[in-house]
Design a protein around this ligand. Sequence first.
Ligand code: TA6
Length: 318
Amino acid sequence: MGHSAAVWDYRAATEITKDWNGVDKIVLRSPRGASARVSLHGGQVTSWRNEQGEELLFTSSKAIFKPPKAVRGGIPICFPQFGNCGSLEQHGFARNKIWTIDENPPPLGPNDSHAKSFIDLLLKPSEEDLKCWPHSFEFRLRVSLAADGSLALISRIRNVNGKPFSFSFAYHTYLSVSDISEVRIEGLETLDYLDNLCQKERFTEQGDAITFESEVDRVYLSTPNVVAVLDHERKRTYVIRKDGLPDVVVWNPWEKKSKSMVDFGDDEYKQMLCVDGAVIEKPVTLKPGEEWTGRVELSVVASTLCSEQFDVQRGMGF
Ligand code: TA6
């Protein structure tokens, strides 16, 4: 599409179609051909493509596209919990609910970007939901695609004057990588993490970039607001900028666990890595009327840049 930015028809930048199960899906487009797709099923980003049309998020070839199972891939929204057991599903119910389009969202903050291709979604508990999680919340999610193709998600969760409640949260982000053994993460060095493979015991990461030779399932704590995932083979680096999300989940199931998941190919662990902006160690507590905001921005840069060159001080492009 040969639009120049000056005449880009932003109305065409956001279109609504139907998903695999007849649920509305929103397509966001940038002037230079990048795109993102968001399903009202779970408020889940199911695709994010660069200007060359390359898919940047992983979705399993065996994903189950049947509610209430969450689609294995994209960016599932995990709320009101992540990784806990108990009466709720392990990663909460938000990703298994049908969201609505929020026609009249309250304005975002002055620092939030006003990308012209965006969608505002809303999730509120049904009477049924209140039986299993008795808290009156409003969850507003803005997904936006900037002119440079970066993808931003802004979650605003408000306690609608019910009793105080606490929650944990994650943008469960399945990144597409060429070969997990050629991938490293920069930005989490020397941090403490909880290891889900050792009963959430606390360890300290060593001093250099994280690489992958076996299953990894960790929650890194008190992390910096910029983390880089370097895909050596594709000479591509994902830069994850976040705000309000102190923790980072890093997960690759490796071979044995891959074979145990029906909605995941036996060898697919080689082409994916979850790096999730999250708030897990210290759940958020909202008093009546209070609101929490969690932002993440995903962008891709050529890996010829070393991490010091990432524009860490660049404002969040929200
Ligand atoms: O820490 C990430 C994790 O909790 C893993 O233990 C694994 O369960 C992964 O999330 C996948 O979760 P999901 O609910 O998407 O199957």
